[in-house]
Design a protein around this ligand. Structure first.
Ligand SMILES: CC(C)(COP(=O)(O)OP(=O)(O)OC[C@H]1O[C@@H](n2cnc3c(N)ncnc32)[C@H](O)[C@@H]1OP(=O)(O)O)[C@@H](O)C(=O)NCCC(=O)NCCS
Length: 105
């Protein structure tokens, strides 16, 4: 929890929650800007609640992060680390990320 609060205070532009009616959370994304090679945006976590999946919500959140990385931090690319077994996340990243580097770990 403390780790997330540190991230939030440091990179507030990289934290987004998608809310439905009556303040119900549908999904969230958090991330950071990083150096190391080239300046880039990094997705720490992106999650969409089961009942809201396959409605392009992760796509909107990922596009938002790429846009923020580009416009605010002039990033060269954005990346996301996912397990090699996480097929939905890999497919989603391949489809929606424009400035993409994806690592299977
Ligand atoms: C991965 C995840 C965020 C995708 O969220 P989503 O809102 O359902 O994704 P989108 O609707 O934006 O999907 C965009 C595209 O990604 C691909 N995709 C998404 N889920 C997929 C799945 N289960 N199988 C195959 N392709 C998938 C599709 O190409 C999809 O486009 P389409 O629906 O037009 O075919 C969601 O499954 C999730 O929360 N998983 C658990 C958390 C996780 O693993 N996060 C990633 C690591 S931090």
């Amino acid at each position: 929890m403390l780790e997330y609060m540190t991230y939030l205070s440091r990179w507030p532009d990289y934290f987004h929650v998608a809310e439905g009616s009556v303040n119900k959370s549908m999904g969230y994304l958090n991330g950071e800007s990083r150096t190391g090679g080239s300046w880039h945006g990094h997705v720490t976590a992106v999650t969409v609640a089961t009942q809201y999946r396959r409605q392009q919500l992760a796509k909107k959140l990922m596009n938002l992060l790429e846009d923020i990385s580009d416009k605010i931090d002039k990033a060269y690319f954005a990346d996301l680390f996912v397990r090699a077994s996480n097929t939905p996340a890999i497919k989603m990243s391949e489809k929606v990320m424009v400035l993409r580097i994806l690592f299977g770990i």
